[in-house]
Design a protein around this ligand. Structure first.
Ligand code: PGA
Length: 257
């Protein structure tokens, strides 16, 4: 059984005061419900808040991750953050290939693959985001797009170690439109099929769903056999919502035991 994982992508939100408040509420909520230890939990604040978050989450059930990293280990890359710098701040995780990076920062599949290789070399656990746009889905290209994104990123087979894949259909991110559990399950099964086709660890690799996940739809998504957790944006900024999503993931794990 793959261990459930719920990750919060806080995007460009927060201040030191709100980070302290949100993490305080999350840690308190988790302490009062031991059953939630059945799910791995990661929060990804923006870079300026990582050190603060890592300190607040030290020795807790919450791991901290960056939202992006450079493809380079160091050098003259103004504004970039090297994967080693994330580890140095106390991060164990990083997201690469988020659709907002692909869309607003022109990150190609090749750039995402280079970032994944760099984060892997630095020893980080990586969440690799893949997913099609609405136009691509309507044109019947969703599987082809996801196949290309994954094939490029996983060309270097070593990166599968410590990798989690997040399927995030672009049309469902921040729009309130969630893929139906059946739509998400179909793509997750397709992704697992690709891993199998490429002789990679299809059964052991976690595949998260992301795109308007909230307390109200988490349980039905997690009931699908190939959905191992969620990468949550908006709802991860509210402790009550995020804790409810974690509880739904933990319940799935308990139901399977
Ligand atoms: P959302 O974002 O939950 O706000 O749709 C998900 C994400 O971008 O990872």
């Amino acid at each position: 059984m793959r261990r459930a994982l719920v990750a919060g992508n806080w995007k460009m939100h927060g201040s030191s005061a709100s980070v302290a408040r949100l993490l305080g509420e999350l840690l308190q909520g988790l302490n009062s419900d031991a059953a939630q230890s059945d799910a791995d939990i990661v929060v990804c604040p923006s870079h300026p808040h990582l050190a603060q978050a890592a300190t607040l989450c030290a020795d807790s059930a919450i791991a901290v991750g960056g939202q992006d990293c450079s493809a380079h280990a160091e050098g003259a890359y103004t504004g970039e953050v090297a994967p080693d710098m994330l580890s140095d701040l106390g991060c164990q995780w990083v997201i690469v290939g988020h659709s907002e990076r692909r869309q607003y920062h022109g990150e190609s599949d090749a750039v995402v693959a280079a970032k994944l290789a760099a984060s892997h070399s630095a020893g980080l656990h990586t969440m690799l985001c893949v997913g099609e746009t609405r136009a691509q889905r309507e044109a019947g290209q969703a599987e082809e797009v996801v196949r290309h994104q994954l094939a490029t990123a996983l060309e270097n087979r070593a990166v599968l170690d410590r990798l989690v894949i997040a399927y995030e259909p672009v049309w469902a991110i921040g729009t309130g439109l969630t893929a139906t559990p059946q739509q998400a399950q179909a793509m997750h099964a397709f992704i697992r099929g690709l891993l199998r086709e490429w002789s990679l660890d299809a059964d052991g690799t976690r595949v998260l769903y992301g795109g308007s996940v909230k307390a109200g739809n988490a349980a039905e998504l997690f009931a699908e056999p190939d959905i191992d957790g969620a990468l949550v944006g908006g709802a991860s900024l509210e402790a009550k919502q995020f804790l409810a999503i974690i509880a739904a993931a933990a319940q799935r794990a308990q139901a399977a035991n």
